[in-house]
Design a protein around this ligand. Structure first.
Ligand code: HEC
Length: 146
């Protein structure tokens, strides 16, 4: 590597280390983080694995929490991995962790869609969830930073 290249590379590394969250815009659930086709697959998986308890309309029951409405404020302020990890490790309640990462990503996509969060052109994958901010309100301009 020539010195100039090394210099440029270290600037990039410094910028990444020091200011990643300030400089690079964060991705939020409102940025189109799943596709419609994926949510469709998630719907099928939901009907097979979750609807028995949470209901076909996601409203839950007296004992079982709904997956629409209060789900959003409940997870707001975290990153999408908190919902993803919960679903992946604690659900379905009768056989926790039974579904693999891609099935769980599809189901989370379906849950986002059901909560009226818009789809986009990139599929949600398990390795992306940690980088996605979960905010219950659509940011009015750019991203709200707390
Ligand atoms: C056998 C019944 C049952 C099945 C099947 C089931 N759940 Fe649940 N789920 C529950 C119960 C009960 C709770 C509440 C657990 C608690 O509070 O400890 C819950 C909690 C949740 C929560 C947390 C919601 C909140 O507001 O706290 C999510 C998200 C969730 N389930 C998603 C799913 C998904 C996705 C599936 C399918 C992959 C699924 N569940 C399958 C019974 C079930």
């Amino acid at each position: 590597m020539r010195p100039r290249t090394i210099f440029a590379a270290s600037i990039v590394a410094l910028a990444l280390a020091a200011g990643a969250s300030a400089a690079a815009p964060r991705i939020s659930v409102w940025d189109g983080v799943y596709t419609d086709a994926q949510a469709e697959r998630g719907h099928t998986l939901y009907m097979q694995n979750c609807s028995r308890c949470h209901g076909a309309n996601l409203w839950g029951t007296y004992e079982i929490p709904p997956l629409v409405g209060r789900l959003m404020p409940y997870y707001s302020g975290s990153t999408l991995d908190s919902l993803f990890d919960y679903v992946s490790t604690a659900m379905p309640l009768d056989r926790p962790g039974a579904l693999g990462p891609s099935a769980n990503a599809d189901i989370v996509a379906f849950l986002l869609k059901s909560n009226e969060i818009p789809s986009g052109s990139t599929e949600l994958s398990a390795d992306r969830v940690k980088a996605i901010d979960f905010e219950s309100a659509r940011p009015s301009s750019g991203h709200s930073r707390k």
